[in-house]
Design a protein around this ligand. Structure first.
Ligand code: AR6
Length: 178
């Protein structure tokens, strides 16, 4: 599924983000930036040790912030490492922190002059954020950003499973039509 927002394309697809050829892929990391499981583990495995070497020099990352490394051996040129919120029931600023993770990732991409960015579903794995809620926050934050920043030409959400893709498609339809 793909929609236009201003001049930009917002695309949803199923796949493995480590195989994406965007200018940058986004990593759902933890505050240490020193690796982990899930998509973080997959990105470091596929990208090789150069990414972790660069991460060691970044001094970690606060939840809701984002930092840049090169893509190592990945097809993407850069990796933007962001940290989503751990789900604690929804009253600990989880939506604000999640929206900030998406916005800051796009700001970091823009600062480097990048035009295409691929995101995984941040916080909906090990961090336990309910995916229906996370999808609305994610798509709203990205759509608002694209409306005011035409420099970004394409954002792709790469959902790992078909059920996850369906959740994002339903969320995008309801946001787009409202
Ligand atoms: N491509 C796309 N999506 C993927 C891939 C992949 N190769 N692998 C997993 N996913 P998670 P979080 C999906 O747990 O919830 C790490 O240990 C996965 O199905 O990777 O933000 C970090 O170091 C899920 O939908 O990230 C942190 O400690 C989504 O990516 C912690 O997990 C996010 O799941 C961050 O937790």
């Amino acid at each position: 599924m793909e929609i236009q927002i201003g001049r930009a394309a917002l695309q949803l697809k199923q796949g493995d983000i480590t195989r994406e050829t965007a200018d940058a892929i986004v990593n759902a990391a933890n505050s240490s930036l020193l690796g982990g499981g899930g998509v973080d583990g997959a990105i470091h495995r596929a990208g090789g040790p150069a990414i972790l070497e660069e991460c060691r020099r970044l001094g970690g990352c606060e939840p809701g912030d984002a930092k840049l490394t090169t893509g190592g051996k990945l097809p993407a040129r850069y990796v933007i490492h962001t940290v989503g919120p751990i789900w604690h029931g929804g009253r600990s600023r989880e939506p604000e922190i999640l929206a900030s993770a998406y916005r800051r990732s796009l700001e970091v991409a823009m600062a480097k002059g990048l035009r295409s960015v691929a995101f995984p579903s941040i916080s909906t794995g090990a961090y336990g954020y309910p995916i229906e809620k996370a999808a609305r926050v994610a798509l709203t934050a990205v759509a608002e950003f694209l409306q005011s920043h035409p420099e970004i030409e394409r954002v792709t959400f790469v959902l790992f499973s078909s059920p996850d893709l369906q959740v994002y498609e339903a969320a995008l339809q309801s946001i787009h039509l409202s």
